[in-house]
Design a protein around this ligand. Structure first.
Ligand code: ASP
Length: 437
């Protein structure tokens, strides 16, 4: 049994959190490869070290004096070292990094030092080897993650170390400069290490008891999800459910490695297990989770006999493509077609799109309406359960809410409904109520 464990920023925010992490790792010798984030917030009003590094680098880039601000960053790490009672100093590293800032070593380099320094302390504290992510995680010339080269080099390197810490969030470009993943990207590193190590389980330790069935900002005390498939998770996280970086799913999914979301502050909880497939589910619930997002627009086009017109859809979508816009959903009727688009993407393109579609397909009417929210009701059990869609619609109409759009993919693991943004929260509550209480 081999486990790769990733700890998020709140799990490594200070010495007390480091101790919890060390206890978790010591509890199971199979937790052999550890991927840390940079120190996160110690309280609601605190600042993440990554954000401090971005700010500090901006100051340096503008030619401002960074001494004072940089020492605040040093103090975060020194606080951890002292709190752990370690005989260890990062002063040489601080000196090098401060100089690199002044010589404008790059924004990504700056941000990556958060994980790098935390990894150094953690490796030392645990007595594990330190593997610099810059030597084992690679991006190509276009800045895209180079999965094959990484997997080759990283798996060979891991074989040389029984126990190691590999800092999250960054890797290197072919010209040896540092590049980071997008924010929250240590999850991705963890997943990449899990694949390269061919481990049995990727544990992602954070500060919640796992994935919740719904957003706790909308639903009071939503239930945690014990087990979820990659595909369900993808549907929920696409719709805005947080906890895990979306791109973190791909490397482990590719290798068929399950992910276990765990809580550093409550290690007794089993968390959420993310698996390739599962027929285990709570038959009482049918749904695995519900998630949603505001900020969509509906582009509706109507034309008599549209259904007979070969190439209608292609010509319409080509107009979007020419404006570099992707669509989210495409519900269509006999003589009408709607395209759901992220409102943000439309900005600056509305006139071109309307004119382009008029030219290309000559519709009777064309209209763009903003203010749509989408809700995804997701559950692998839906395939077998009859009447799920009816229950979703009944719940929403029971709350006096009008459904603007319905889309059920042929996969039958999700039903997507569109409602007015103003009705979003109430619709989410109604659906949760219908299925979970
Ligand atoms: N430290 C980085 C961030 O704040 C990456 C991570 O924590 O996953 O985005």
């Amino acid at each position: 049994m081999l486990k790769v464990v990733k700890f998020g920023g709140s799990s490594l925010a200070d010495a007390a959190q480091f101790k919890k992490v060390a206890d978790i790792i010591a509890a199971e010798p199979e937790r052999r490869y550890v991927v840390p984030s940079a120190p996160g917030k110690r309280s609601k009003t605190d600042t993440k070290v990554t954000d401090m590094l971005y700010t500090c680098y901006e100051m340096a880039a503008k030619g401002e004096n960074i001494s004072e601000y940089f020492s605040e960053i040093e103090a975060r790490y020194n606080g951890i070292i002292e709190g752990l009672g370690m005989d260890y100093s990062l002063n040489n590293e601080f000196e090098m990094i401060r100089n690199a800032f002044i010589h404008k070593a790059g924004r990504d380099y700056a941000a990556s030092r958060g994980e790098y320094l935390n990894g150094k302390i953690l490796a030392r504290y645990l007595g594990f080897d330190f593997i610099d992510a810059a030597e084992v995680i690679f991006f190509n010339d276009n800045g895209q993650f180079d999965s094959e080269r990484t997997n080759q080099v990283l798996s060979a390197e891991l074989k040389k170390h029984e126990y190691a810490v590999i800092p999250g969030f960054y890797g290197s470009m072919p010209n040896d400069t540092i590049k980071t993943f997008s924010r929250g990207g240590s999850d991705i590193t963890g997943s990449i290490v899990a694949r390269a190590a061919e481990c049995d389980l990727y544990e992602n330790w954070t500060d919640v008891d796992g994935f919740l069935m719904a957003d706790p900002r909308i639903i009071d005390n939503p239930r945690p999800i014990a087990e979820i498939t990659y595909r369900e998770l993808r549907e929920l996280s696409y719709m805005g459910a947080g906890v895990l970086h979306e791109d973190a799913i791909f490397p482990v999914r590719f290798a068929g490695i399950p992910i276990n979301i765990r809580n550093t502050n409550n290690p007794a909880a089993h968390g959420t297990l993310i698996v390739a497939s599962s027929d285990k589910y709570d038959t009482g619930n049918v749904i695995t989770g519900v998630a949603g997002k505001k900020g969509f627009s509906v582009l509706s086009v109507e034309k008599d006999m549209m259904n007979n017109e070969v190439g209608f859809g292609r010509r319409l979508l080509e107009v979007l493509e020419n404006n570099n816009i992707c669509f989210e959903h495409l519900p269509s009727g006999i003589d009408n077609m709607s395209v759901i688009i992220n409102t943000h993407d439309l900005e600056g393109h509305r006139d071109q799109i309307v004119n382009g579609i008029c030219r290309q397909v000559n519709p009777e009417t064309i209209d763009i309406e903003d203010g749509l929210a989408l809700i995804a009701v997701v559950g692998r059990a839906m395939v077998k359960a009859k009447g799920t869609a009816a229950r979703v619609f009944k719940a929403i109409s029971g709350a006096g809410i009008n459904i603007r759009m319905i889309d059920q993919g042929s996969s039958e693991i999700s039903i997507i409904v569109g409602v007015e943004e103003n009705d979003f929260e109430e619709a989410m509550k109604a659906i949760y109520q219908e299925f979970v209480y």
